[in-house]
Every structure is written in structure tokens, then in C-alpha cells.
Design a protein around this ligand. Structure first.
Ligand code: ADP
Ligand code: 5GP
Length: 206
């Protein structure tokens, strides 16, 4: 990632079906300076998903070619498909001063954190297995076998939650949104997020 980046980045992880997309869309609507890091994936588009907006939908061979030539900031295999964050996209948006939101899995978050330990790492939790099952079923995009796979994966992902900076339970959507919004705003106010701030104010003394 660029050393002179002006935007802040914000990594949000959640087991599939927790409500991440719902919350992220709302946050980006409220804060136009927050942009989504559009990942590449080899999975099939779901109904309503737009190529280039939700994901860059690419073939397995295209993905492997990008991976092998170091085009991803991070990548992972999730539920049998490949997902990766394209480096050029991150550079472009951060350098343009946009804040960037990464919707990635825990393996990807770990990889990014190794490079950028001071980012904002948020884990969104479902209130229970039953609630997650209900949401996945209601969403209607996955068959029973896929849902079972996602629930099993969710249990494993939850083990990583204590390593994150913030934990938000998406039980009541309004409360979860208020908390996510607060975390986003707070993350922009840390000393690491504004390294030049104090020196620039101190300069006014000289
Ligand atoms: P994700 O992006 O984490 O996979 P989605 O945002 O697609 O999850 O949400 C999965 C389903 O759960 C959607 O049908 C969504 O409307 C619903 N949902 C999201 N948040 C809540 C909530 N707090 N209570 C009940 N249903 C929710
Ligand atoms: P879905 O198929 O439901 O859109 O996403 C499945 C999982 O893959 C989610 O946990 C999502 O956050 C994760 N994911 C999406 N894009 C990326 C990416 O670029 N890298 C990684 N590591 N995970 C991703």
C-alpha cells in the first residue's frame, strides 16, 4: 500500500449472511467519501450483482494469472472460490483521498494487517447460529448444502473475532448501524490516521 496514501482504510469481516452488505451499503450512502474495494472473484454472480461494482467476476485462469504476477494485496479461497483485492484499485482510491472499505474474509484481514497493523479492523457478529441460518435462508441465494457450508465456515471465522479492534453484533439493525457508524468516525481520529496533524498545529507556534 502507498506510504503517501491520504485516505483511511477500514476492514470489515463477518460470516456470510450476517448483514455486512446491508450495513456497508448504508454506510457508503451516508458517507460518499467512503468507497468500496471491489474484489475479484471466481464465484458466479448472484441475481442483482453488477460486474465491476459488487465484484470483478473473472475466471479461475484469470485469477491465477493475477495472483501469480503479484496483482493482489491479499487473496484467499473461501467456500471453494477464489477472492482477491486488486492492488491497483487500492492504490488509486486511497491516493485520490477516498476512505476505503474492505469486505474480506478473516484470512484476507490477517494478510492486510501484517502490512498495515494500524488500520481499523472490525468484526461483525450474528447474534446466534439460528439467526444466521434464518438470514441465509431468507436471502434465498444459496441452496441447503451451501448454507450448511457457510454455517460451518462461520463457526471457524468467529474464532478469529477477538483479534479485531471492534466487535459489533448485528441483532437489531439500527443499533448495529449506529455502532458501525461510530466506529468508522472514531477510526479516522486516531494519531496513526492523522500523522501530520499534531506537527502542523505545533508549527503555528514557531
Ligand atoms: P452478508 O453481506 O453479510 O452476507 P446480507 O447483508 O446479504 O449479508 O444480509 C443477509 C440477509 O439478512 C439479508 O436478507 C438481510 O436483509 C438480512 N439482515 C441483515 N441484517 C439483519 C438484521 N439485523 N436482522 C434481520 N435480518 C437482517
Ligand atoms: P460472498 O461470496 O458471500 O460475496 O463472500 C464470501 C466471503 O468472501 C465473505 O466473507 C467476503 O467478505 C469474502 N471476500 C470477498 N472479497 C474478498 C477478497 O477480496 N479477499 C478475501 N480474502 N475475502 C473476500
Amino acid at each position: 500500500m502507498p506510504a503517501n496514501a491520504t485516505g483511511h482504510f477500514f476492514v470489515l469481516c463477518a460470516p456470510s449472511g450476517t448483514g455486512k452488505s446491508t450495513l456497508v451499503h448504508r454506510l457508503m450512502e451516508e458517507f460518499p467519501n467512503l468507497r468500496f474495494s471491489v474484489s475479484c472473484t471466481t464465484r458466479e454472480p448472484r441475481t442483482g450483482e453488477v460486474d465491476g461494482k459488487d465484484y470483478h467476476f473473472i475466471t479461475r485462469n484469470e485469477f491465477l494469472a493475477m495472483r501469480n504476477t503479484g496483482k493482489f494485496v491479499e487473496w484467499a479461497e473461501v467456500h471453494g472460490n477464489f477472492y482477491g483485492t486488486p492492488m491497483d484499485e487500492v492504490h488509486k482510491k486511497l491516493n485520490a483521498g477516498f476512505d476505503l472499505l474492505f469486505d474480506i474474509d478473516v484470512q484476507g484481514a490477517r494478510q492486510i494487517r501484517q502490512r498495515m497493523p494500524h488500520g481499523c479492523y472490525v468484526f461483525l457478529l450474528p447474534p446466534s447460529r439460528q439467526a444466521l441460518l434464518q438470514r441465509l435462508a431468507n436471502r434465498g441465494t444459496d441452496d441447503a448444502k451451501t448454507i450448511e457450508k457457510r454455517l460451518e465456515n462461520a463457526r471457524k471465522e468467529l474464532e478469529a473475532a477477538p483479534d479485531f479492534n471492534y466487535l459489533i453484533v448485528n441483532d437489531d439493525l439500527e443499533i448495529a448501524y449506529a455502532q458501525l457508524r461510530a466506529v468508522y468516525l472514531a477510526c479516522k481520529l486516531t494519531p496513526e490516521a492523522a500523522p501530520g496533524l499534531v506537527p502542523s498545529i505545533m508549527e503555528t507556534w514557531s
